[in-house]
Design a binder for this molecule. Structure first.
Ligand SMILES: O=C(O)CCC(=O)C(=O)O
Length: 265
């Protein structure tokens, strides 16, 4: 009897710990298999897959300060993603390519629309040794995606009163929805004129506005899906609805960096 008591009293904590570990492993395995809302709940519980805030040095030596503006969905803002010189060089070398922005129609074609009155230009893949290549590599590291999942960068310009009404970056239908835009990094390339209160990026469902500051980037996750699988609209997060507010009297330049769930180039 005494031996039985001794056995159970010493073995019990070990058994409880082993059962706990087993349960935790099962939960983590289950979380990896989930997508969309369920995975987001798990992320909130375990913090798995989250990018952490604070000072961080990147592979090319760039040091950024990241802060979390929203926890769920995670919206991160980093200062110093680009230097002032890099911002200037992107604008100067590519602004001649700008033309009236379009939006996606349901059939996947592009059309002009009064909801988006800014100008934009796709810049083509960053050739070796160029500023664009450096930016793409840094963005892939920040977003934690393979470089080939990035679309080619898109330059944006808003003249005073031009805007992009509330929209999602992910595709709800059409051919692109099967390789969706899982993550966005939006980089601001210039400061607005002092006192200009327009021109921000407003997350309408989160009550959050990010102000443009040269070199600052805001990132968020649009959709969650396992790598190599399609991120369909049901795995995407409606709370990422956002708008490019019209600048009041400044010209605003920015850069869209979108990561797809599968290779995009
Ligand atoms: O310019 C902004 O602040 C937002 C831009 C944007 O949402 C987009 O181009 O998809």
């Amino acid at each position: 009897m005494a031996r039985l008591w001794w056995c159970s009293s010493t073995a019990l904590p070990g058994l409880v710990a082993a059962a706990g570990l087993l349960l935790l492993s099962l939960l983590l395995w289950w979380n990896r298999r989930q997508s969309g809302r369920k995975q987001r709940y798990c992320r909130l519980l375990f913090g798995a897959g989250r990018v952490s805030a604070g000072k961080r040095e990147f592979g090319d030596g760039t040091v950024m300060t990241l802060r979390e503006e929203s926890v769920d969905p995670q919206v991160l803002v980093a200062e110093g993603f680009l230097s002032k010189e890099e911002c200037e060089s992107v604008i100067q070398e590519h602004q001649h390519l700008l033309s009236r922005s379009t939006v996606y129609a349901d059939d996947g074609s592009n059309k002009n629309d009064e909801s988006r009155t800014s100008s934009s230009a796709y810049l083509g893949g960053g050739r070796p040794g160029t500023v664009l290549e450096r930016i793409e590599k840094r963005a892939a590291e920040l977003l934690e995606v393979p470089l080939e999942h990035l679309e080619t960068l898109q330059l944006l310009r808003y003249e005073p009163s031009q805007k992009y009404d509330a929209h999602w970056d992910y595709f709800r239908n059409g051919p692109d929805a099967s390789n969706n835009r899982t993550k966005t990094a939006l980089v601001y390339l210039n400061d607005l004129e002092e006192g200009d209160e327009g021109g921000g990026t407003r997350f309408v469902k989160l009550g959050l506005e990010v102000r443009p500051v040269a070199g600052r980037v805001v990132t968020w996750s649009n959709c969650v899906a396992e790598e190599g699988l399609a991120a369909t609209a049901e795995n995407c997060d409606e709370r990422t609805l956002h708008a490019g507010e019209p600048p009041q009297r400044s010209v605003k330049y920015a850069l869209n960096i979108w990561a797809r769930n599968m290779p995009a180039r």
